[in-house]
Design a protein around this ligand. Structure first.
Ligand code: FE
Length: 163
């Protein structure tokens, strides 16, 4: 089956964006580690790995439909944040941006009647429900804890338990 050029381009772009997501989260890991929030750093490290897994899924699919995968330059990520809350708010916003991008490719694939791409993207749509829910919940908890140090200490331990 033939997949439209603009759909392939969008898939390659998303492959690159997943790598960029991993890079952004990894920069957050380094900032958190630097400030001795080991549990939050651990959680974000797992998230970065997930992004690389997402990238690998895109890469595999693009190869499978017989198209060429290409790497683009990844922008330098933000290295320092004002607070742990800012990190998780940024991550939540980032996941909303990912969802928007996946939906755009979905629209494009539907327009072009590239149904295998639609089928492939279904997994990502469901995954985004989970990703957004994770970060939304964390941001809400941070807002509740506010700048309470013992609360942050306990939550750091809790997120450090992410398997
Ligand atoms: Fe992702």
């Amino acid at each position: 089956m033939k997949i439209s050029k603009n759909v392939v381009d969008a898939l390659v772009e998303q492959y690159n964006f997943e790598l960029e997501s991993g890079y952004i989260y990894l920069a957050m890991v380094h900032d958190l580690k630097d400030k001795a929030w080991d549990g939050f750093a651990h959680f974000m490290d797992k998230q970065a790995h997930e992004e690389y897994e997402h990238a690998t899924k895109f890469k595999g699919f693009i190869e499978e439909i017989g198209e060429r995968v290409e790497l683009k330059a990844i922008p330098e990520p933000k290295k320092e944040y004002k607070s742990v809350l800012e990190i998780f708010e940024t991550a939540y916003d980032h996941e909303k941006e990912v969802t928007k991008r996946i939906e755009n490719i979905y629209d494009l694939a539907l327009e072009e009647k590239n149904y295998v791409v639609v089928e492939f993207l279904n997994w990502f749509l469901e995954e985004q429900v989970e990703e957004e829910d994770n970060f939304r919940t964390i941001v809400e908890k941070f807002e509740r804890i506010h700048e309470n140090w013992s609360g942050l200490y306990i939550y750091d331990h809790e997120l450090g338990a992410r398997g």
